[in-house]
Design a protein around this ligand. Structure first.
Ligand SMILES: [Fe+2]
Length: 660
């Protein structure tokens, strides 16, 4: 690499842990730990995964200028494999000083008293004994193999600096009336509240580090990848804090700087997750299932009185909104003679009580979010901020019907949500914040091409990976090379086969967007069930369509101009796409362009053959598995499942038929 380049390595240690490498502001790769250790949503960092990222970006440890760190709210920084090779401590590096208000406040104290929450015993207790949330064990699958004394754990930096405004009990209308002049009198101070200097020793080299607050990293992941260089930014996720900066914030992004304004004190993510748990889902994955379940019901329990942030509800005497919401649902259900027995039994999840609670909770989520965003807009206009863009990140950004409602009814004309708006995007956001805000580097122009290409920055497998995988399975597979794979894939789809499409770098975020996708013809009414069987998912869960962008209005209505990251819903106009049409006639649409890759050509060729340019697109993974990352995993899926054809980096692979 060139001497004058700026290299930032960013590590997100919380659940959905990840690694991002940025060179001169360009993202080289963004790798997720779950794809590396094959356990969904894993937290912690492996040194061998850092080595894989450096190799992918063609870098050495000596090339790294800064290491940016994030974690999940109050979780600690766990180095899973070789803690002696990655050591983290809080404090300034002699060669690099970042202004940090919290550091200035406490640097006169001899010892920095951060809390140490997650020790080995706690890990053991949570991950081996937790009966309530069985999926917790996937978060740290190494817990049995790693001795607690060998875990590299540093103390947690959870208490980033606060200002008086943030401690006030502000309802959403109070937030709408905030005068930013009061806040901006000390802009530089506020801009530097949410990061803290570190010294990080990686493989013997001490590198300047910077810890970045969780929601600031979310905000950065949206703002620096958005085409608009001025935006209000809202972040919100499933954190269990009811108030304050740890549960989500409103920020203002202008050019290369992000200014924290105020916490919104919403607790929607937690409420939504916990209603899912109440209905019988496990905590992890609860939100996605709730979103799929809600259209089966009617929002009969929705009550406008329960719309507001935590302080709005406190002012109405509601001290525990989540409990009050569930009590309200149950009380209404009893009055209306619902059978309450199915609650908690996922085998009876489609019965009226469960689906109506899900639909009502979805409606409460949507209306509360819309109200909050309207208040953000009001505040923005009152302070003469002229932008029609809202950047939005955090796990709640995956709620597609709510996103569509914002687009339809909020004053913001552009709602930008990155494809990795959940915690899997935090390392990317941390790296970009360090580069643009802390190093004061100009904002990069986001062209339409770079905007659409953003998802495809996962691992790039080598030719060796491909050849080794083929060699391993050579007795079980047939391979066709030098064929028109897109034409062949389109023909397979027309012949009603289930195909897997594996191409180049994997996509970031939780949704497959055409580089690690399972595809099937959406016009056959049996294909939703076939795909659910292949993936061993619940039969009632819906699937999403991918459609040529130029044809989207032929099949769907109510979408924004484009929906390349599958984050908005639309109504299906035609009745011949049963496998992607949800029970309420909606679909979560991905619009496909040339930047998507081979899927674009597949759809073009499918249109030539069948007249239809829509395909069912779902993530390429088996039950409870992360999306496949490597050729070996893809071929293993083929030989162990009912998948018909695998297209793997321009090779057509099928199973050999066993001779009887
Ligand atoms: Fe988050």
């Amino acid at each position: 690499m060139k001497d004058n380049q700026t290299v930032i390595l960013a590590l997100h240690f919380g659940h959905d842990a990840g690694i991002c490498i940025l060179i001169d502001g360009i993202i080289k790769c963004n790798l997720l730990r779950e794809r590396h250790n094959r356990s969904k949503h894993s937290f912690g960092i492996n040194v061998d995964h850092i080595e894989e990222a450096l190799l992918d970006a063609k870098l050495k440890v000596e090339d790294i200028d800064i290491i940016a760190i994030t974690s999940t709210q109050s979780w600690e920084l766990v180095v899973v494999d070789r803690p002696q090779e990655l050591q983290l401590e809080y404090g300034e590096h002699p060669n690099k000083k970042f202004r940090s208000i919290l550091y200035e406040k406490i640097s006169n104290k001899r010892e920095i008293d951060f809390k140490k929450h997650l020790d080995g015993e706690q890990i053991e207790r949570i991950y081996s004994n937790n009966k309530k949330y069985s999926t917790f064990k996937y978060l740290f699958p190494e817990y049995k193999k790693v001795h607690k004394k060998d875990l590299g754990i540093t103390k947690s930096l959870q208490d980033f600096a606060q200002i008086d405004l943030w401690k006030k009990e502000l309802g959403l209308e109070d937030i709408a009336k905030i005068n930013l002049r009061d806040l901006l009198t000390d802009k530089e101070q506020i801009e530097n509240l949410f990061h803290f200097p570190m010294r990080i020793t990686l493989k013997g080299k001490c590198i300047p580090g910077i810890a970045i607050q969780h929601h600031l990293a979310h905000a950065a992941s949206a703002f620096y990848n958005c085409k608009s260089d001025q935006s209000l930014i809202l972040t919100h996720d499933g954190g269990f804090y009811k108030t304050g900066p740890l549960n989500g914030m409103i920020f203002y992004g202008d050019s290369n700087k992000i200014l924290p304004i105020v916490p919104h004190h919403l607790a929607l993510g937690d409420l939504y997750d916990q209603v899912g748990v109440f209905l019988g889902f496990d905590l992890i994955g609860s939100a996605g299932k709730m979103m799929g379940l809600a259209p089966y019901g009617k929002p009969l329990f929705y009550n406008r009185d329960l719309v507001g942030n935590t302080y709005d509800l406190h002012s109405k005497g509601i001290t525990n909104p989540r409990e009050s919401w569930l009590l309200h649902c149950i009380k209404s259900a009893k009055l209306n003679k619902y059978d309450l027995d199915p609650i908690g039994n996922t085998n009876r999840i489609l019965e009226p009580i469960c689906v109506d609670i899900a639909a009502s909770t979805q409606k409460l989520f949507e209306e509360t979010l819309l109200y909050a965003v309207k208040c953000v807009s009001e505040m923005s206009l009152a302070n003469n901020i002229n932008t029609d863009t809202l950047c939005y990140a955090g796990g709640t950004g995956l709620n597609c019907p709510a996103n569509s409602l914002l687009l339809k009814e909020s004053p913001f004309r552009n709602i930008y949500i990155p494809p990795n708006c959940d915690d899997s995007g935090l390392s990317m956001g941390a790296a970009q914040y360090a580069y643009h805000h802390l190093l004061n580097k100009s904002r990069l122009k986001i062209s339409q091409k770079s905007y659409l290409s953003l998802p495809y920055i996962g691992l790039k497998n080598s030719k060796n990976d491909l050849n080794n995988a083929i060699k391993r399975y050579e007795n079980q597979i047939n391979i066709e090379e030098d064929i028109d794979c897109e034409q062949s894939a389109a023909k397979d789809l027309h012949e009603n086969k289930i195909i897997a499409w594996f191409e180049g770098r994997s996509e970031i975020g939780p949704r497959a967007l055409g580089h690690r996708s399972l595809l099937i013809n959406p016009s056959n009414p049996d294909n939703s069930a076939r795909m659910n069987e292949l993936k061993q998912r619940e039969k009632w869960r819906p699937f999403a369509p991918a459609v040529l962008k130029e044809d989207v209005n032929l099949y769907f209505k109510g979408l924004p101009n484009e929906s390349p990251f599958m984050l908005f819903t639309a109504q299906v106009l035609k009745n011949n796409l049963p496998a992607i049409t949800h029970v309420d006639g909606s679909a979560r649409v991905q619009t496909v362009t040339e930047e998507t890759g081979g899927l674009y050509l597949i759809l073009k060729k499918l249109k030539e053959i069948s007249g239809c340019s829509v395909v069912l697109n779902t993530s390429f993974n088996g039950p409870k598995e992360p999306i496949v990352e490597k050729p070996d995993e893809a071929i293993n899926f083929l030989v162990t499942s009912k998948l018909d054809v695998l297209y793997l980096n321009r090779k057509k692979i099928t199973r050999k038929i066993k001779k009887i």
